[in-house]
Design a protein around this ligand. Structure first.
Ligand SMILES: [Zn+2]
Length: 340
C-alpha cells in the first residue's frame, strides 16, 4: 500500500510499504475515505520533535472496515466508521470516567500511522464509532474533523467550562482553536474572543461564532482581553497552541476562578508556581478524550447542525502529501485533507 513516510524534518515521501493487516484479534483494518495532516505533524516536520528513523505519519481517519480480528464483536466488515487519534478499549475505569485518551491500553494512532491506503485500528470495538450509514460525500470532511480537531476543540471548550453567560477566549487560530470557537458557540457561550492575526482565519472564526477578534499577543493580548471584559478577564480560555507564550497568555487572560482548557501539545512550557498560585484559575487539559464526544459529534454532523469540515482549505491526493505538509508549514493552508 502507499503510505506517507517522514524521513527527516522537511522530508516527506509517499512510499510503498506492506499492507496493513490484523495483528491482534481485537484489531480491524479500515480503508480510509479521507485522512489529513495535523498541526502536531508539523512539530517533527520543523525539527522541534525528534524523529527516530523513517516514520509512518498521521493519526486521523474515517472510512470503511475491510477486515476484523477474531475477537471483534461490535464492528463488522463494511461498516462506515470514525475513530479517535487514540485507540482505547472504552471499558477500563479511565475510559468509563470519560478519559479514553489515557486508557490503560491506549495506542496512539500516530504510532501506527494513518496517512495510507489501509490502516490498522487497535481495540476496534472500543475505538471505532459507526456512522448511521454511508455519508454523503460533503459530510466526509466534517466526520474526519471529528477524529481529532473537532473532538479536541470540543474537549478544550468543555474543560474550560464554556457555556451560557460565559465569555470564552481562544488562544490559537489553527484548526483546533477555530473548532474550539464552534464548540463554545454550540455549548451556549455568550461571547467568544478569537485571538488571531490572519484575515482568512478571522473570517472563519466569525463564521464559527467568534464575537470579537483580538490581534495582540502576549502581555498586549492579555491587556486587550481584560479591557474587553471590564478588567476581569475571560471566564473560560481555550489554549490550542502548546508554546510557553500561548500558555502564559491563556493563564494571564483568565479571571480568578475561571477555567483554562489546554489542548496544545506542550513544548517547553514553564509555569511559575507562585504566579499560578495567585492566578486562582482552574487548569484542565491533555490529549483530548475524543472518543467520549464522538457519538454526539457524529449526530450533530449527520443532522447538518455543524460544519467543522470548513477548516479544510486544501484537498490533495495522498501522493501529494509533501505539498500538503509544505502548505501547512508555510501557512498557505490551515488544514489539508488527503484522499488515499
Ligand atoms: Zn480504557
Amino acid at each position: 500500500m502507499r503510505a506517507v513516510i517522514m524521513h527527516a524534518p522537511g522530508d516527506v515521501r509517499v512510499e510503498e510499504i506492506p499492507d496493513a493487516s490484523v495483528i491482534e484479534p481485537t484489531d480491524a483494518v479500515i480503508r480510509p475515505a479521507a485522512v489529513c495532516v495535523c498541526g502536531s505533524d508539523l512539530w517533527p516536520y520543523r525539527g522541534i520533535e525528534a524523529l527516530h528513523g523513517p516514520t509512518a505519519m498521521g493519526h486521523e481517519y474515517v472510512g470503511v472496515v475491510e477486515q476484523v480480528g477474531a475477537e471483534v464483536r461490535d464492528i463488522a466488515v463494511g461498516d462506515w466508521v470514525v475513530g479517535s487519534f487514540v485507540a482505547s478499549d472504552n471499558t477500563c475505569e479511565i475510559c468509563q470516567a470519560g478519559y479514553q485518551s489515557r486508557c490503560v491500553h491506549q495506542v496512539m494512532m500516530g504510532s501506527v500511522g494513518t496517512q495510507s491506503e489501509l490502516v490498522r485500528i487497535p481495540l476496534a470495538d472500543g475505538t471505532l464509532v459507526k456512522t448511521p450509514g454511508v455519508p454523503e460525500a460533503d459530510l466526509i470532511p466534517s466526520l474526519l474533523a471529528a477524529s481529532d480537531v473537532l473532538g479536541t476543540g470540543w474537549f478544550a471548550a468543555v474543560a474550560a467550562e464554556a457555556g451560557p453567560g460565559r465569555t470564552v477566549a481562544v488562544v490559537g487560530d489553527g484548526a483546533v482553536g477555530l473548532l474550539g470557537i464552534l464548540a463554545a458557540r454550540e455549548l451556549g457561550a455568550e461571547r467568544i474572543i478569537a485571538m488571531s492575526r490572519h484575515a482568512d482565519r478571522q473570517a472563519l472564526a466569525r463564521e464559527f461564532g467568534a464575537t470579537d477578534i483580538v490581534e495582540e499577543r502576549g502581555d498586549a493580548g492579555v491587556a486587550r482581553v481584560k479591557e474587553l471584559t471590564g478588567g476581569l478577564g475571560a471566564h473560560s480560555t481555550i489554549e490550542a497552541v502548546g508554546t510557553d507564550e500561548a500558555m502564559q497568555q491563556a493563564i494571564g487572560l483568565t479571571r480568578p476562578g475561571g477555567h483554562v482548557g489546554f489542548v496544545g501539545v506542550s513544548h517547553d512550557v514553564q509555569i511559575d508556581g507562585l504566579g499560578l498560585f495567585f492566578s486562582s484559575v482552574h487548569l484542565h487539559g491533555g490529549p483530548a478524550p475524543v472518543r467520549r464526544f464522538l457519538p454526539d459529534l457524529i449526530d450533530r454532523i449527520w443532522r447538518r447542525e455543524i460544519d467543522p469540515g470548513r477548516v479544510f482549505d486544501l484537498t490533495l491526493p495522498l501522493e501529494e502529501a509533501a505539498e500538503a505538509y509544505a502548505a501547512m508549514d508555510e501557512r498557505r493552508a490551515t488544514k489539508v485533507l488527503l484522499t488515499p
